[in-house]
Design a protein around this ligand. Structure first.
Ligand code: NAD
Length: 355
């Protein structure tokens, strides 16, 4: 069993903890919190051992009625790998603590690439993790782009990808980021940093990105244009993407018109927290004109990196192949949404509902 600790139990950490606890070859030893709030209570109720991230606050937990199993150093001594899910920039500060305990570490995409030995995406860079002591799972947007561009590069060659990222302003729990009522170029400099970040896990694929922030909390939307070296048909690109286990092609017949209904669909399908681990590509948006491919995809920022963290744990601690790890992760979590519905011309009539 791979013994895993999660340092930082927020949006990403709680999801990684749940995913780790589901794996047959992993044991979730514990999670840390900086303070005994509602998330600390929820972790305790889930049966997870809680550790104080900051030793000088350990007494606060007992005072609030939440028991702890120890502090961060105790957790680090008990695990084979720690997954750092602390806010951007804190992970880099934690690096020395992990090194002092000789504990291999996985960081998140909010950290700079040099925080770890290698950046990680299971589809594109599993093998580059071999021999590493630390990995950085790339951000939600970068993960989504790498999953999309890798099969296109392999099948047709990518001459140039141009992607506009319409980014959610904050996560649902990030009340401090709003309310806002604007559309912000963010960063205003073009191209944005996301393209170079894609190249940390998918080198050699030319990709330019521009990014905006909008006042939604549900998902990111990517408007994608890829100039391909070959000229496949629209149907061929559809079939290629539909074959990818971490891409969900959303049929027009489903009547899903945006992130709200996508999340509703995830909840209807029984997904924990309404999480969408897959890229969601609108089928009717896929269009090839000559060598130019166009499509829209949505990425659930809170969820798509979760299976990637599970695979990163195996890449760091086992000799399993990428395919074996991805298959195990997908099977245990239930990654790989498919719709029973198919899109055809008849399905193109808009679906209406009165309520
Ligand atoms: P978050 O704020 O929701 O959670 C971070 C948690 O870490 C909080 O519970 C916070 O109390 C705790 N924390 C703060 N300081 C700590 C410390 N010193 N030690 C231990 N815990 C500490 O943040 P998040 O959204 O989960 O982001 C975590 C990382 O994941 C960041 O690098 C972020 O860029 C990346 N990421 C976030 C998203 C997203 O959309 N939320 C998507 C992909 C990647």
């Amino acid at each position: 069993m791979i013994r895993v600790g999660v340092n930082g139990y927020g949006t990403i950490g709680k999801r990684v903890a749940d995913a780790v606890a589901t794996q047959p070859d992993m044991e979730l030893v514990g999670v840390t919190k900086t303070k005994p709030n509602y998330e600390a209570e929820a972790a305790t109720r889930r049966g997870y051992d809680l550790y104080a991230a900051l030793a000088d606050r350990a007494d606060d937990f007992a005072a609030a009625g939440v028991g702890i199993a120890g502090t961060l150093p105790d957790l680090l001594e008990s695990v084979d790998v720690v997954v750092d899910c602390t806010p951007s920039g804190i992970g880099a500060r934690n690096r020395a603590i992990y090194a002092a305990h000789d504990t291999p570490a996985i960081f998140q995409g909010g950290e700079d690439a040099d925080v770890a030995d290698a950046s990680f995406n299971a589809r594109t860079s599993f093998e580059s993790a071999r021999g590493a002591d630390s990995l950085r799972v790339v951000s939600c947007n970068t993960t989504g782009l790498a999953r999309l561009l890798a099969p296109l590069e392999e099948a047709y060659g990518v001459e140039k990808a141009r992607v506009t990222l319409v980014r959610r302003g904050g996560d649902p729990s990030e009340t401090g980021r709003g309310p806002i009522n604007d559309v912000l170029p963010d960063p205003a400099t073009v191209p944005s940093h996301h393209g170079p970040d894609v190249n940390t896990v998918l080198p050699g694929v030319p990709v330019d990105t521009a990014a905006l922030k909008v006042p939604v909390t549900t998902m990111h939307t990517h408007s994608v244009n890829v100039t391909l070296r070959e000229a496949p048909t629209t149907g061929e690109v559809h079939d290629l993407l539909a074959e990818e286990s971490r891409i969900f092609t959303v049929p027009e017949a489903a009547g899903i018109d945006g992130a709200g209904k996508l999340k509703e669909y995830a909840m209807d399908r029984g997904r924990p927290r309404g999480d969408l681990w897959e890229n969601c590509v609108w089928e009717e948006s896929i269009n090839v004109s000559g060598h130019d491919l166009y499509l829209f995809e949505n990425v659930h920022q809170e969820a798509d990196v979760v299976p990637e963290n599970v695979d990163a744990i195996r890449a760091l601690t086992t000799d399993l192949s990428a395919a074996e790890s991805i298959e195990r992760t997908n099977e245990t979590l239930g990654v790989g949404l498919e719709s029973l519905l198919t899109s055809d011309e008849d399905a193109r009539d808009p679906i209406t509902a009165d309520d």
